[in-house]
Ligand binder design. Structure first.
Ligand SMILES: [Zn+2]
Ligand SMILES: [Zn+2]
Length: 909
């Protein structure tokens, strides 16, 4: 039998096979267009050669590259489900669709992973040396780096695997280098001392965005600084400061007070003696000081606090860095040198107390920054870093999102509120620190000269200093922030910077991309960086016709959709500490990919978090099962039709079906319903209403197609009439895969008569079924039905009486002027309907059934009573078990009473 589907629906068996087929057949590959054809014509999917699709822009979407160290989590699952739905929908609707996958080298995360391995082996990266360490990371990547993309393959993501990239690939590294050198040439990259968030474990600067703040119960220590006279002797007066990090006092260079603070003004211009260090430091005035906080006098440590750094700049104070890369006190800390920051803190507090210089110690809760990767407390610390001057990049990135003079936006955010969030951040942005003190990543292409101490930045590794010609040059040891390279992806994956007339077909065809789907958590990290770098670098690339590129065509994407969070069933955020993390792969193993993705889609809409509930997934597995069974039924009957000589018209396959006006009502109706559904689904997807689209499809397939249409078709099988279901699909695909057929699109006119007629028929059947239930008609009994209906509508019912008779178990339908008095009746706006039925009971059979039931209940009751009377059992059994047993006992007693009463009420024969 050609259409033999296994009886049971087993998602794992099907999904593995098709996912593999999609990859091996390169089904979703979108090759580079021929240069002349770029950006001109789009080919529709196979089987759709009607030309309607030409002239449409391609649909291009970049997968936010997961970390190469990553494993798929629920957030990925949602985000990829949404991207896959949109890409497949656009592809099947005739657009040249490209979903482009890749992974990120993830500087800190990957380095940490390999360092952990080294620790287990009893060695360190320092012992290994930079080159060997980097080789080792590459080796790790070759072995384990493909895991997350393999998971995506298994889940059938319709990406173009031929274009898979890794952010450290050769051609992408060229782009990173070009971007750095160009920005440097443009005077937009500089090197400077700045307060950075320093992670003493990772031993690198980390971005503000990579610092997570946690409430921390600590103390506020007050320290008394002796006031000196002109000769440098203690006056006996003190100025008291307050701090949460007393060890930083070693780096104090001043104490600041507010210029209007009467309490301390007399001290302005005086010197203080810094305790333990015996350094003389001035009292200065600065408006930034809050008179209400602490004591109102602020110790100034420019090398260890961003605000103090700003004060230091304003007052031309020196910066004294007192810590090394591992947050141990350095030589500047005198006797405390070599101590860990927290050990030093204890000792300093003790020493101050011993000298009588410790004031009050108050409990104090503050927000302490931790490294997002390793959770170590971050140390604000002065260090020399590389920066991107953020203007005019940010200016362009703002213009790209704000409406222009005509109210048009080059980039649109959905939900719209994120536009404000983005603009607010971009308007307050600081210069971007792009250097990281890691070994894994794109090493900064800058060389330091030992002779003239100048820096050479170059596209090709230099052999001599560009300034003095000396060959004693060494490359910068820092690497670039990972977001610097991922921020370039929209231009670099399409060939920038090597855009020659021969190579630029990809760029012309696919840039700007259409849409970015991503989470809020990387809005600033990544989305903002892509907009800045995309607008900046693509702006220099002329349009395919040679004209200059406008800002609207320089943007990396035209739409941004920020998806919601997936929470647990109780709407709690998933977290490892709470133990409520759902592993998507586990759920997929249990219910199948389709059920999991359908669950997510059915709840996904802009701005609404998803409470993921496994019970719902179970329901959608049943839906998948329903589809399976419907397909089996259709295939079986296609064969039956073929056996009796009915030939399927293959020219209609893969297209929206149509039927003639003389076709049976249910055929006309289901076609009209399909067209209505197509309109709704297409509109929903236009508006990112995945939930509406999913629910509409569910209603159509389960409600209309299975519950009504197939039920009616089964009745009609006697005539072998099946115009619609068989033209939907005959298992001989019109394209290489059903994934490449045309997406349903509604016809201009819909058969409203069929919709109305069927709706009348349905409500009549529903009312008859309800009536039968109410008056207790036995399920299998057929009964006559009386209907009063206006003459205009009667014909539809009369022509389809067979459907009512079979689906509502009517023995026949009588059309009457008036429903006979006394009959149980239901009314709808268009009709009244009554069921004629006299209840007959088979007393003998009923007596037998009740007698059996009574025996069963008596036995159950006796057993429960025995257990509840057993002291030994009661003393050992858990309270829950005893409770359950008691409940069972009382329920059984109730059922027994009811059965006995029913038996007594039976007529005697
Ligand atoms: Zn860290
Ligand atoms: Zn030099």
């Amino acid at each position: 039998m050609p259409h033999d589907l296994p009886k049971a629906y087993d998602p794992t068996a099907i999904e593995d096979r098709w996912a593999e087929f999609w990859v091996s057949e390169k089904l979703f590959a979108q090759p580079t267009p021929a240069p002349s054809a770029a950006n001109a014509q789009n080919q529709g999917p196979e089987g759709q050669s009607d030309g309607k699709s030409s002239g449409q822009l391609p649909f291009v979407i970049l997968l936010p590259p997961p970390n190469v160290t990553g494993r798929l989590h629920m957030g990925h699952m949602l985000n990829q489900t949404e991207m896959d739905i949109l890409t497949r929908w656009r592809r099947m609707s005739g657009r040249r669709a490209l979903w482009l996958p890749g992974t990120d080298h993830a500087g800190i995360a990957t380095q940490m992973m390999v360092e952990r391995q080294l620790t287990e082996e009893g060695t360190t990266r320092q012992k290994l040396g930079r080159e060997a360490f980097v080789d080792r990371v590459w080796e790790w990547k070759r072995h384990y780096g493909g895991a997350i993309l393999s998971q995506m393959k298994r889940l059938g993501a319709s990406v173009d695997w031929q274009r898979e990239y890794f952010t450290m690939d050769e051609h992408l590294s060229v782009a990173v280098r070009e971007a750095f050198v160009k920005l440097h040439e443009q005077g937009l990259i500089y090197r400077g001392a700045y307060i950075v968030n320093w992670c003493p474990r990772c031993q690198t600067a980390i971005s503000d965005l990579e610092v997570v703040y946690e409430e921390h119960k600590g103390h506020l220590w007050e320290i008394r600084y002796p006031v000196l006279d002109a000769a440098g002797n203690d006056t006996g007066e003190f100025l008291t400061v307050a701090t949460t990090r007393p060890e930083t006092m070693l780096g104090d260079v001043a104490v600041a007070i507010h210029p209007e603070d009467e309490r301390f003004l007399h001290l302005h211009g005086k010197m203080l003696r810094l305790p333990l260090v015996d350094r003389q430091i001035p009292v200065i005035l600065d408006e930034w000081v809050s008179r209400e906080f602490g004591t109102g006098a602020v110790k100034v440590t420019p090398a260890h606090d961003p605000n103090d750094f700003a004060i230091g700049e304003r007052h031309h104070l020196p910066s004294i860095n007192i810590m090394d890369d591992t947050a141990h006190i350095n030589a500047e800390g005198g006797v405390y040198a070599g101590l860990d920051r927290y050990v030093a803190r204890k000792k300093i507090v003790a020493d101050l107390e011993a000298e009588g210089l410790l004031g009050a110690v108050k409990d104090y809760t503050n927000n302490v920054g931790h490294c997002d990767r390793c959770k170590t407390v971050v140390e604000p610390r002065l260090s020399t870093q590389w920066f991107v001057k953020i203007q005019p990049l940010a200016e362009k990135a703002i213009a790209a999102v704000k409406p222009d003079a005509n109210g048009n936006k080059a980039i649109r955010f959905t939900p719209e509120m994120y536009e404000k969030t983005y603009l607010n951040w971009m308007e307050n942005i600081h210069d971007w620190c792009i250097s990281r003190q890691l070994w894994w990543g794109h090493r900064i292409p800058a060389w330091h000269c030992a002779t003239c101490h100048k820096i050479t930045v170059a596209r090709v590794d230099p052999t001599a200093c560009a300034h003095c010609g000396s060959d004693t040059i060494t490359q910068e040891t820092d690497v670039l922030d990972t977001w610097f390279s991922s921020g370039l992806l929209p231009v670099s994956v399409f060939g920038w910077p090597n855009l020659t007339p021969q190579t630029r077909a990809d760029f012309d065809a696919f840039y700007p991309t259409s849409l970015l789907v991503t989470g809020f958590d990387i809005l600033f990290f990544w989305v903002a960086r892509m907009i800045m770098l995309g607008c900046w670098f693509a702006g220099d690339v002329p349009m395919p016709d040679g004209s200059p590129r406008s800002l609207a065509d320089s943007v990396p994407f035209r739409d941004v959709y920020i998806h919601a969070l997936v929470r647990d069933a109780n709407r709690e955020k998933m977290s490892k500490t709470k133990g409520n993390v759902i592993d998507p792969i586990e759920i997929v193993k249990q219910y199948g990919t389709d059920a999991v993705r359908f669950t997510l889609a059915s709840m996904a809409s802009p701005g609404t978090d998803i409470a993921f509930n496994v019970a719902r997934t179970e329901g959608y597995r049943a839906f998948a099962n329903k589809i399976w069974n419907a397909a089996r039924f259709i295939f079986m009957n296609v064969d039956r039709a073929a056996e009796i000589g009915i030939v399927v018209d293959r020219s209609t396959l893969g297209r929206m079906p149509s039927v003639g006006a003389d076709a049976p009502l249910e055929a006309r109706w289901i076609v009209a319903e399909l067209h209505v559904t197509a309109t709704k689904v297409n509109q929903s997807l236009e508006n990112y209403r995945y939930d509406d689209a999913a629910n509409t499809i569910y209603q159509f397939f389960w409600g209309s197609f299975c519950d009504w249409y197939l039920e009616i078709v089964k009745l009609r099988l006697d005539f072998s009439v099946q115009q619609v279901s068989e033209s939907v699909y005959d298992e001989n695909p019109p394209a290489k895969s059903i994934a490449l057929t045309a997406y349903p699109k509604a016809a201009e006119t819909i058969d409203n008569d069929a919709l109305l007629g069927m709706s009348l028929l349905q409500s009549l059947i529903v009312e008859v079924r309800a009536l039968r239930k109410e008056i207790g008609v036995e399920e299998k009994a057929s009964t006559p039905v009386e209907v009063r209906i206006g003459s205009g509508m009667q014909a539809v019912l009369a022509n389809n009486c067979d459907i009512v008779e079979r689906l509502a178990r009517a023995s026949h339908v009588d059309f009457v002027e008036q429903i006979a008095a006394g009959l149980p009746m239901h009314s709808a706006s268009a009709f009244d309907v009554a069921v004629i039925y006299e209840k007959k009971i088979d007393a003998a059979a009923e007596r037998e059934r009740l007698t059996k039931d009574i025996a069963k209940y008596e036995k159950g009751l006796a057993s429960a009573e025995r257990q509840l009377g057993n002291e030994a059992f009661l003393s050992k059994a858990p309270a829950q078990v005893v409770e359950g047993l008691k409940k069972q006992e009382s329920e059984t007693r109730l059922l027994l009473d009811k059965a006995r009463a029913a038996l007594a009420a039976l007529p005697k024969d």
